[in-house]
Write a protein that binds this ligand. Structure first.
Ligand SMILES: [Zn+2]
Ligand SMILES: [Zn+2]
Length: 388
């Protein structure tokens, strides 16, 4: 086993010389070919690629004060690097990808006098399989709040799993099961930024059959945009004309907001329509409002059990009131901790949620409409004012 100097450096100079044979493998012929065990000498293209990247950054993008990079390292290097680790070390050292990235960043910064930034306008891609350099424009991140006005939209794009988006008989030729909030927001932004693609990152999601009139925070990543400055007010209006989704508070934010948004959880209020198995009385309404302050034990609902681990959540009902009632129907307003399953609070989910409205009233109860009425996310405005 022998390594080139780049792979050797990436592995903490585990071998004494850059290209070296270990004792037990020195005679097997592998060493005579002078090929690096991990990269087959492809990592040695680094200097040549760096020279090209330096030229590109200085000559073609003189106005860019910063750059970002990414390296495409063939998967089989990683597999063989694992083997080297297994044989030479008791614990893993830095990965070859990290080490190569660090080398590229420090050399480029030195050679071009530009600063490395994860959010830079230009991204240089080092493709180690072909020894080629390419560039794309760094992603733009747009923060906002969306309202979901109609039911029947999924949050993310949901491709047909049979045809992978090409269109087949299973999906009626559409290539997808649902239209999505992601497309309603992403398509107009993609056009405005003259970008290639987009990805929506949000703090939680509604069910397909629920609406959201509160406004849910999100960050949408706009990939490889040709433009970096866009009149976001105009895009806001354009999204609204679709009458399915509306957005507010759009603004460009740093990449780190993706993590801030997706890891945030907020208490929410829901407006839920309920249909009962009997006519409900004044005593029944009192039983429902008596749930205020109670903690629910919610076993993972049947409807999501196929994609979530089975566990028991403890979630507090902070407030519950009956807004309207008549005959077998009622509308309730529930404020609950983040992650409460509202449909199951109503139905009881065959005893998997306790207590429940159905069990309290000794009748069946079904959620017929669900709207996210408010989200307690003021904390995010504070972060944005402070850091953007
Ligand atoms: Zn190598
Ligand atoms: Zn299909």
């Amino acid at each position: 086993m022998q390594l080139c100097d780049i792979c050797n450096a990436a592995n903490g100079n585990a071998f004494e010389k850059a290209i070296i044979s270990t004792d037990n493998e020195s005679d097997n012929g592998e060493s005579k070919s002078n090929k690096c065990y991990i990269c087959g000498n492809l990592a040695l293209q680094t200097d040549k690629m760096l020279a090209k990247a330096t030229e590109l950054l200085s000559a073609e993008m003189p106005e860019a004060g910063s750059f970002s990079i990414s390296s495409n390292i063939p998967k089989d290097w990683i597999v063989r690097e694992d083997r080297v680790w297994d044989e030479k070390f008791s614990k893993k050292t830095e990965s070859i990808k990290n080490s190569i990235n660090r080398r590229i960043i420090s050399s480029l910064a030195k050679a071009t006098n530009k600063t490395y930034k994860t959010d830079a306008e230009y991204r240089i891609i080092f493709d180690y399989k072909n020894g080629k350099i390419s560039t794309e424009n760094g992603a733009v991140f747009v923060f906002g709040r969306y309202k979901k006005i109609v039911v029947g939209l999924s949050q993310s794009r949901w491709k047909c799993n049979k045809c992978e988006g090409d269109g087949c008989e299973k999906c009626d030729g559409k290539g997808k099961y649902y239209e999505s909030i992601e497309e309603r927001i992403g398509d107009p932004l993609k056009a405005a930024y003259e970008a290639n693609d987009y990805v929506l990152h949000a703090s939680g999601r509604e069910d397909v059959d629920a609406t959201n009139s509160a406004g849910r925070i999100f960050v949408i990543e706009i990939k490889n945009p040709k433009k970096r400055n866009v009149e976001l007010d105009r895009v806001t209006k354009e999204i609204e004309t679709g009458k399915e989704v509306s957005v507010s508070d759009l603004r460009a934010v740093p990449r780190k907001f993706v993590e801030i948004i997706t890891e945030s959880h907020f208490d929410k209020s829901y407006k839920a329509g309920i249909e009962f198995g009997k006519e409900i009385s004044k005593e029944d309404i009192e039983k429902i409002t008596g749930l205020t302050g109670k903690t629910l034990l919610q076993k993972t609902p049947k409807r999501v059990a196929h994609r979530r681990a089975i566990l028991v959540r403890h979630r507090k009902i902070k407030d519950i009131g009956v807004l309207e009632s008549g005959g077998r129907n009622a509308i309730v307003l529930v404020t609950a901790e983040a992650g409460t399953y509202i449909k199951e609070l109503i139905s009881g989910d065959d005893g998997r949620t306790e207590p429940s409205i159905a069990a309290l009233l000794s009748t069946s109860a079904k959620c017929t409409s669900l709207d996210v009425a408010s989200i307690d996310d003021g904390f995010i405005d504070f972060i944005i004012e402070k850091y953007v």
